[in-house]
Ligand binder design. Structure first.
Ligand code: F6P
Length: 358
């Protein structure tokens, strides 16, 4: 009998349930009645606290199109994993205990960067682990794509499309703030797909005068509106030169609710125009996965089941050149896949005349 644990960890996104389904159905196909799948509740929390439920094939049906995660999720920071409780036991030891108590052969973790750091730690501690790359940010090293990204991109692009109609009707400048944490992939893609005039990313620090110069240039050429796609992690050139501590202090002192509002204020100081900010926030992570993510998560899930059948553990299943390949967790952990200023998409955007504020 194979005993497999499965958990979803970190921020939710579209495609988690279709990935769970992919893993589950492929395991039942592979092992028939000779597999037990245990759903760990709320991510690593379930493994730490021993909260789980034995799943049945029925649990994996009817969830392909459903957003969120049927297992629940939570953020369990990697840096807290060695914190001890009142009995002097740390979270890693507790997770090992649950794993042993259930007699698991492997645990499948669906998550982003933090999740994969912990997955690697558990693997180093002797547990059999397989990871699936999940995040709307598409910032996991070792995979060309993460699931959730294209679904969130659809939402973010739709927001920019809809904002376009009001921007053109009223002749306004609109700033749309896109998620992505400290990387700009989602903003870059949504900005290009939505026809933004300016795209501001964490990886390409902006100079406000360059942004204003672009807005003025558009005004002079007869354009009454402009759309600025801003990554939630965007930074100015001045901020990029600060030490980490100074940067944190600067941001803590910021009076605006987010970077987009600050940029709006900075623009207003020198450029007279009606300007509005739109922050779609968690809308971007909600709802049904797009067809790409349904197919992608099904491919990832079935590949994870194949690795389990071959007893090949300690890997994240990744997309490379349209093939699903195993990448060692030790290579993935602790690295971030960021936008590079000379990447194809940035060059394409620049060739279209999109301003990056640099
Ligand atoms: O990592 C996914 C993500 O949506 C980021 O884009 C964003 O910065 C973060 O999660 C928001 O986290 P939370 O849902 O905890 O507010």
């Amino acid at each position: 009998m194979k005993k497999i644990g499965i958990l979803t960890s970190g921020g939710d996104c579209q495609g988690l349930n279709s990935a769970i389904r992919g893993v589950g159905k492929a395991l039942y196909e592979q092992f028939g009645d000779n597999v037990e799948i245990y759903g760990l509740v709320d991510g690593y929390h379930g493994l730490i606290e021993g909260e789980y439920k034995l799943m049945s094939p029925r649990d994996f049906s009817g969830i392909l199109t459903i957003g969120g995660t049927i297992l629940g999720t939570s953020r369990q920071p990697f840096k807290r994993m060695r914190d001890v409780d009142e009995n002097n036991v740390d979270k890693v030891e507790k997770m090992k205990k649950t794993y042993k108590k259930l007699g698991l052969d492997c645990i499948v973790v669906l998550g982003g960067n933090g999740t994969h750091k912990t997955a690697n730690l558990l693997s180093e501690e002797g547990l059999n682990v397989i990871g699936l790359p999940k995040t709307i940010d598409n910032d996991i090293w070792g995979t060309d794509m993460t699931f959730g990204f294209y679904s969130a991109l659809n939402v973010a692009t739709d927001v920019i499309d809809r904002i376009h109609t009001t921007a053109t009707s009223h002749g306004r400048v609109f700033i749309v703030e896109v998620m992505g944490h400290k990387v700009g992939w989602l903003t870059l893609y949504a900005g290009i797909a939505g026809g933004a005039d300016v795209i501001l990313l964490p990886e390409i620090p902006y100079n406000i005068d360059s942004v204003i110069g672009e807005l003025e240039r558009r005004t002079k050429s007869g354009k009454k509106f402009s759309i600025i796609a801003v990554a939630e992690g965007a930074v100015s050139q001045e901020e990029a030169g600060l030490k980490k501590k100074e940067f944190k202090a600067r941001r803590a002192a910021m009076t605006q609710p987010s970077i987009s509002y600050r940029i709006a204020d900075e623009i207003k100081e020198k450029y007279e125009h009606e300007i509005r900010v739109c922050v779609p926030g968690h809308f971007q992570r909600g709802g049904s996965p797009c067809p790409y993510d349904r197919v992608f998560t099904t491919r990832l899930g079935t590949s994870a089941a194949q690795l389990i059948a071959r007893e090949k553990y300690g890997y994240m299943v990744a997309l490379q050149k349209n093939e699903i390949v195993p990448v060692p967790l030790s290579e993935v952990a602790g690295k971030l896949k960021v936008v590079t200023p000379d990447c194809n998409e940035v060059i394409t955007a620049k060739q279209m005349g999109i301003c990056f504020g640099d």
